[in-house]
Design a protein around this ligand. Structure first.
Ligand code: NAD
Length: 352
């Protein structure tokens, strides 16, 4: 049976990467019924908002979505669609794996980290105001409920994926109440997993230095929203950059899969951007849907293309366009597909 999935192409390089990813997922052997809905800059004139209600309704109905990046104006204009989407759908866990890939020139060869970022509160709660003309205040919200929920997610993820350790990251030496509460919540949850998963904590500045020097010491890393945002880009840099860093936003009602990177407007429409990060987000989506064999085939095909190094994009040191790299992944995928699955994976497309 085909999986109904909401597809949001997004802004900037989003549409070309979304198209590349849809083609690869259609060739994966799993079947999809795509519901294409638009959000972001392009729809503001039509709907008066970058995130129309029917987009949220589509995700709530299908319970699974994959989205391209969406532009957020800096310092003015509408609130981030990404943050609004995560809050509106209760997508509380942002999971961002960072794993080395053969063929990529990086400082380390064996990085295998999973960043678990709290996705609904902290300084991203959006409570910000001017205090007179020359001072501004942003309020950092940390609750025990959200902190324990994300810590539990990190530990359960560790158990389910055979991981040995969870590291909680904070700045509780300075923000004794807010980050102190986050750390305390992580410790409470860790106690319930004692003997099964190791636990330690690190102050965020020290963590950044340690990750740059000794990434092999770390495994699953759980962080409040802002540190998670920053440290996941650092982790992406360890394994080849934003072009290869996938992500998943997981909630109890829905899951939205997206790359760590943004809309890179300067490369929009040039068939230049690396589709790997969104394709690997598609791999996370296949796993979430229980399509494990298809997920492995797509991941192997992407890794094969990168290891071979013939059809890779500029950011990985190659000259291939987005579509050439996509064709190369599909070629491998089709060759790897079991015979009895030929003809499966037919996709239908609905647009609204
Ligand atoms: P960005 O990730 O869009 O781009 C930073 C740089 O990384 C690019 O200039 C490019 O050199 C490189 N890059 C990123 N993705 C790439 C890819 N797939 N292939 C090759 N190179 C790639 O970050 P930014 O410039 O800070 O943000 C641009 C816009 O994206 C902003 O409006 C920001 O708010 C938005 N954004 C959206 C999301 C999201 O939708 N989840 C995430 C981050 C940023």
């Amino acid at each position: 049976m085909a999986h109904p999935v909401t597809l949001i192409p997004g802004d900037g390089i989003g549409p070309e990467l979304a198209e590349a990813t849809r083609r690869v997922l259609d060739a994966s052997g799993a079947g999809f019924e795509w519901e294409v809905v638009d959000a972001g800059e392009a729809v503001i004139d039509r709907y008066g908002t970058p995130l129309p209600e029917h987009v949220l309704e589509s995700i709530r109905r299908n319970r699974v979505a994959i989205k391209g990046p969406i532009t957020t104006p800096v310092g003015e204009g509408f609130r981030s669609v990404n943050v609004t989407l995560r809050q509106a759908l209760g997508l509380y866990a942002n999971v961002r794996p960072a794993r080395s890939m053969k063929g990529l020139e990086t400082r380390y060869e064996d990085v295998d980290l999973v960043i678990v970022r709290e996705n609904t509160e902290d300084l991203y709660a959006g409570i910000e105001h001017m205090v007179g003309p020359d001072a501004a205040e942003s309020i950092k919200i940390i609750t025990r409920a959200a902190s324990e929920r994300i810590a539990r997610y990190a530990f359960e993820y560790a158990v389910a994926n055979g991981r040995r350790k969870v590291t909680a990251v904070h700045k509780a030496n300075i923000m004794k109440l807010s980050d102190g509460l986050f750390l305390d919540s992580c410790r409470t949850v860790a106690a319930a997993f004692e003997g099964r998963v190791d636990f330690e904590d690190r102050i965020v500045d020290n963590m950044c230095m340690q990750l740059v020097q000794k990434p092999e010491l770390y495994d699953v890393i759980v962080l409040p929203n802002l540190y998670g945002d920053i440290v996941s880009d650092l982790a992406a840099g360890l394994v080849g950059g934003l072009g290869v860093a996938p992500g998943a936003n997981i909630g109890t009602e829905a899951a939205v899969f997206e790359a760590v990177h943004g809309s890179a407007p300067k490369y929009a429409g040039q068939n230049k951007a690396n589709p790997t990060a969104l394709m690997l987000s598609g791999v996370l989506m296949l796993r979430h849907l229980g399509e494990t064999a298809a997920a492995e085939r797509v991941e192997d095909a992407i890794r094969g293309v990168i290891a071979e190094g013939r059809a890779i994009t500029y950011d990985l040191g190659g000259r291939a366009g987005t579509s050439d790299m996509t064709d190369a992944v599909i070629e491998r995928l089709v060759a790897a597909r079991p015979r009895n699955e030929a003809g499966a994976g037919a996709a239908s497309l609905t647009a609204s």
